[in-house]
Design a protein around this ligand. Structure first.
Ligand SMILES: [Zn+2]
Length: 380
């Protein structure tokens, strides 16, 4: 019999139905790599999921805006607000829908005029059926055929919160560093500081800090967003620590132990959350003990570096969003023109209607171009 590993939290054997696959970086934010030798199923269900879901909730705007892929389901849609206070739902494909539907009745000389704005075609159908119970003369199918699907672009910028915090999201970060150490073969009892923080939910001494004093990533890629978790262990300094970066913006250093006695370790796991491929980044060796001490005492914050991190991440996200919106606009334009001219999928566009087809397509694409011009003027 080979000794099975034990759960890092409750010390039960990780065997049989107790075994579970634990994502090192939560799958809810796009992590893929798993370890089966870290914590048991019960501890994962009881604690791990609570911490990870809070982290995922706080990072959801990034997940949705970037369109990350996950193993189970898409990131949930979320309410966003423009700087002028208008509310919209940000959908997983990067589009927005109105927050609330609207309905007006106007009575004129015994006839009733109804105006209805719905979020989706399915909702419009449902609302129309309801209205037809009140007004049996309403022809639901006819009204649905006349339905106009419109696309608008936001007229003012969105208000986005760029913060991460609280005890549950913090524990998710520390668990990720600890899980990566476990996957790198570090004995669980070597991660004493992390373990103490994770097991005692009343503990106030936080073993991580925001890391915005220097850029710890060597040769940061310019066109893509990545997640990474690294592990650094040195038996001479006795320090075992980890650097975690999510969405190119959220950057923390986690202290795992000050009594590390294992082998010298410098490992990193990085991933592109959009397609799951490896991001191939490196954590430089330039982080000094002095810098780490500042980070862990809560003084790891330099406004310029923080601003540069936000600019880096947001410009990549916005660029991706612009490309996605343009693709959507072209697709909608094509469908609109094909429908108007009665051209079915797979059929060639007859030569004599090409000009008309293009004009119809542009009806749907022009508002997007105008939106681009408006937003670039705003930036200047
Ligand atoms: Zn356990």
């Amino acid at each position: 019999m080979v000794d099975s590993k034990k759960c890092a939290f409750c010390k039960n054997n990780l065997a049989g139905k107790n075994r579970t696959k634990e994502h090192i970086i939560p799958n809810a934010v796009g992590g893929r790599r798993k370890t089966t030798e870290f914590i048991c199923k019960i501890c994962n269900n009881k604690l791990g999921e609570k911490w990870d879901s809070e982290l995922a909730r706080q990072l959801n705007w990034f997940s949705v805006s970037l369109g990350i892929s996950r193993e189970r389901g898409e990131p949930p849609k979320q309410i966003v607000q423009t700087v002028e206070g208008e509310r919209y739902w940000l959908m997983n494909d990067g589009t927005f829908t109105i927050d609330k539907s609207s309905y007006y009745e106007e009575v004129n000389d015994g006839s009733v005029k109804i105006s209805l704005t719905a979020k989706t075609t399915a909702e419009a159908r449902q609302r129309l059926k309801g209205i037809s119970r009140k007004y049996p003369k309403l022809d639901v199918e006819k009204a649905l055929k006349e339905l106009e699907i419109t696309t608008d672009y936001l007229k003012s910028p969105l208000h986005t919160k760029l913060s991460l915090g609280g005890p549950d999201a913090g524990r998710s970060l520390v668990k990720t560093a600890f899980a990566f150490a476990s996957a790198c073969g570090v004995e669980h009892n070597q991660c004493d500081v992390a373990l103490q923080y994770l097991l005692d939910e009343d503990l106030d001494a936080i073993p991580f800090g925001f890391a915005y004093l220097s850029d710890l990533i060597e040769c940061r890629p310019k066109e893509k967003i990545f997640h990474c978790v690294s592990l650094h262990g040195d038996p001479q300094t006795k320090l075992l620590w980890s650097y975690i970066e999510y969405f190119g913006f959220f950057r923390v250093a986690v202290l795992l132990s000050k009594n590390y006695s294992g082998r010298l370790i410098n490992e990193i796991y990085s991933i592109d959350p959009i397609d799951g491929s490896s991001a191939g980044v490196k954590v430089g060796s330039g982080c000094s003990m002095q810098e780490l001490t500042l980070i862990w005492s809560g003084n790891g914050f330099n406004h310029e570096i923080h601003q540069a991190a936000a600019n880096y991440a947001l410009s990549i996200i916005m660029e991706r969003d612009r490309n996605r919106s343009l693709r959507n606009a072209v697709k909608k334009g094509f469908e609109h023109a094909a429908k108007k001219l009665g051209i079915n999928e797979g059929e060639a566009i007859p030569k004599e209607v090409v000009a008309e087809f293009t004009a119809l397509m542009m009806q749907k694409i022009s508002p997007y171009i105008e939106h681009l011009v408006r937003s670039s003027k705003r930036k200047m």
